[in-house]
Ligand binder design. Structure first.
Ligand code: ATP
Ligand code: MG
Length: 411
């Protein structure tokens, strides 16, 4: 062996393979099964990305991604319950009861620093594992773990960055942000989610690259923004959104709120984070109805004198606020319907006639509107006696409900 090359060779091996102390209790059996079956068929296979990062932080990963040198068609043949998804770049979803494991074939990093016309990155060539590692965004997301042989491949010192709580782009930050500007938002999202700092080399390119976000297709941007608020760190995300002027850009209604609505939004976001911690779901419509509530409420109250009925004033306020928001950052139609319903149902909590109560209770959007009303009540925006009545009604059996309605007892 060439002695001159030896230290470099030694360093490389040292970086690539480290005896791993990965908590297997946090790995899903399904993920291990996928790796083991791929390896049994003579393919390379690793658990990659966010799952390993989260396990090192002692969090339970929300999903598992596997990277392999098997091609989608090969993967499909190995797993009976699997399907190929994606047109531009095929992935395979392997289904295990309620869990879906995403399996992707190693890809190369984009060779040209350009976008296609529609803002989609040229990164759809198959490649080797070492190429696949280089195309990952941050060092903390470039960890490859083989759970069968218990080996962690850590080319970019991701494990040390996880421990130091540092988010650092792989490669030249300017190029990596230009290649795919969604990484700007991902850096900010991970800092909110994981309470991490962004490395200064990465950080200094964030503000100057913000205008690149305009090249991202709206649906991709929308999905990324939703992840800030629907995955258990909504309150931190709001802080980051304000700090980096993302509220001004996308959600000006919550850029600055009066103290009462600030309380309302913070309470709602706390509730959302709590729900995620308890493995419950949050609907995007609920989050947006919270965000735009101050604008809707103010306009509703301003409009009231012009209308014969308060609900007409509310409808008008809703239309105006949604129109304004849609010019800035459109919200998808299906969420708009949910938001409008949550707002419109607020008035109906004031009417305790038997027919009205049961009709409201049976409304498909009752639960979200009820949660919304309870938060309003906590913030002195809704009569506390009435909200207590509803709490009692919701948590009672049929007989007690009937009594509550007949006697209209406020407790
Ligand atoms: P989480 O699922 O908790 O949001 P994650 O890191 O798993 O975090 P995913 O969107 O599930 O994020 O992506 C899985 C992996 O794919 C990432 O860990 C990263 O290695 C890679 N990846 C995702 N998006 C990009 C991107 N835009 N550029 C480069 N690599 C990416
Ligand atoms: Mg993930």
């Amino acid at each position: 062996m060439n002695l001159k090359a030896f230290p470099q060779f030694f360093k490389k091996i040292n970086q690539l393979i480290s005896p791993a102390r990965i908590n297997h209790q946090l790995i899903s059996e399904a993920a291990i099964d996928v790796v083991s079956k791929l390896q049994a068929n003579n393919y390379e296979a690793y658990i990659v990305g966010g799952a390993i990062r989260d396990i090192l932080l002692d969090y339970s990963p929300k999903d598992f991604d596997i990277a392999t040198n098997a091609k989608p068609e090969d993967i499909r043949k190995i797993f009976k319950y699997s399907r190929i998804i994606g047109r531009r770049f095929k992935l395979v979803h392997v289904i295990y009861n309620r869990e879906t494991i995403e399996v992707s074939t190693f890809r190369t990093a984009p060779t040209e620093k350009i976008h296609m016309k529609n803002g989609i990155l040229k990164d759809n060539e198959y490649g080797s594992m070492s190429e696949d590692i280089k195309r990952r965004d941050f060092t903390i997301n470039a960890l490859y773990y083989d759970p069968i042989n218990k080996k962690l491949f850590d080319t970019f010192n991701g494990k040390s960055d996880v421990k130091k709580k540092i988010i650092k782009l792989i490669g030249d930050p300017q190029n990596r942000f230009t290649e795919d500007p969604i990484r700007l938002l991902r850096a900010l999202r991970f800092s909110a989610k994981l309470d991490m700092n962004i490395h200064h080399d990465t950080l200094k390119h964030i503000e100057p690259s913000m205008n690149l976000l305009e090249t991202i297709p709206h649906s991709r941007l929308f999905d990324e923004i939703l992840k800030f608020f629907l995955t258990g760190h909504a309150k931190n995300s709001l802080k980051i959104f304000r700090e980096y002027n993302l509220t001004k850009k996308y959600l000006p209604s919550i850029d600055s709120l009066n103290s009462n609505f600030e309380r309302f939004v913070c309470k709602a976001l706390d509730n959302c984070d709590q729900r995620i911690a308890n493995n419950k779901h949050i609907s995007p419509g609920f989050i947006f109805s919270v965000f735009l509530w101050q604008d809707v409420f103010k306009l509703w109250k301003n409009n009231e004198t012009q209308y014969s009925h308060s609900s007409l004033a509310l409808n008008d306020a809703i239309d105006t606020v949604i129109f304004k928001q849609n010019k800035i950052f459109p919200i998808q139609k299906r969420f708009l319907t949910a938001m409008s319903e949550i707002w419109r149902l607020q008035i109906r909590f004031e009417n305790l006639s038997q027919k009205k109560v049961y009709r409201l209770f049976a409304h498909p959007r009752f639960r979200a509107a009820y949660d919304f009303m309870l938060i309003r009540s906590e913030c002195d925006q809704f009569d506390k006696n009435l909200s207590h009545w509803w709490e009692k009604f919701v948590n009672s059996d049929d007989k007690t409900r009937k009594n509550l309605i007949t006697n209209k007892i406020y407790v």
